[in-house]
Write a protein that binds this ligand. Sequence first.
Ligand code: COI
Length: 375
Amino acid sequence: MAPFPPPPVNTIDWSNVGFRVREVNGHVESHYSVKTGEWTAPTFVADPFMRIHGMAPALNYGQQAYEGLKAFRLPGDQTIAIFRPDRNAARLQHSADFISIPPVPTELFLTAVKAAVALNAEYVPPHETSAAMYIRPQIYGSSAQLGLNPPEEYTFCVFVLPTGVYHGTHPVEALIMDDFDRAAPNGTGSAKVGGNYAPVLRWSERARNEGYGITLHLDSKHHDEVDEFSTSGFIGALVDGDDVTLVVPDSKAVINSITSDSVQQIAKSFGWKVEKRPIKYSELPNFAEVMAAGTAAALVPIRSITRRTSASSLQSLASSAKDHPHVSFKGEEETISYMPEGQEDAGNLCIKLLTQLKGIQLGKISDEFGWRFEV
Ligand code: COI
């Protein structure tokens, strides 16, 4: 038998993986039927396509949810480790509840994720690159159902593919979304369902065409508190002399980011403070650094945050932070800058957090938190 894991394939330029779909050996599937009340043992399917009835509620009523996590190749014996999959299992169970899909038990989730990685192990990037294997578990209502009630059958599947980091590694400019609310105040904002992402596409595309690399959502009710970026969680860093405090939003409309949670624990291990609380828009100029935290994104340094005050007559920094050195006004736009123009590197705090996070993920640093699950 060939030794496991196999080396990375030589058909991919590992120094330039990018963030796009690449074909691998296949995916893993499990099925649930209301008749049996159980998920089947996961099976491997050597095909990226799935057979689904055209009247499945996944396609018609958006009855689906997904996850995102990563596997890394460690140094030395090339062991492959998945980063905190138990947390993704729990988050998928949280999402499933919102959309009336039976929860995938944690053990089944872990088995299926490990199997999908193992059966595509030659697509886990080499240790020395900044790429990783991105793992995309999904659940959806898969049997035909016309009425607006839960169907008889569900599918759980796990896809994998090698990717680089989303948004790249250089600082990006953020635009606040005031014309569109991502999630209703008592809605599905904390669930990782496609319905929180598809409506964002036209806005993020428009923002991208205007030069903004990322979009930021405020709370839907008053538009005066920070929720999250469209792709990732929000982290602000306050600095007072030698004291650093990371501030993360306390909002029931945001995804519980596992990357942000990891960064918060790392920050505490540095002796920094962490506060989870509502973050007012008017506080944004106080942060020394802002970061976006997500599985796909890792930790993205935010260069600036811009708001179009024409669309947000409720809030403007003109009265509270008019003379703040980081705030500038141009026509009906106000921009908070977190780094000097032209700076291409992340801020020091972001670099320190990211180095530690990547060090643990890649097995360069001992896993004091117990986050690596070996395949
Ligand atoms: C992830 O970071 O894993 C996500 O699911 C965000 C997605 C927009 C790429």
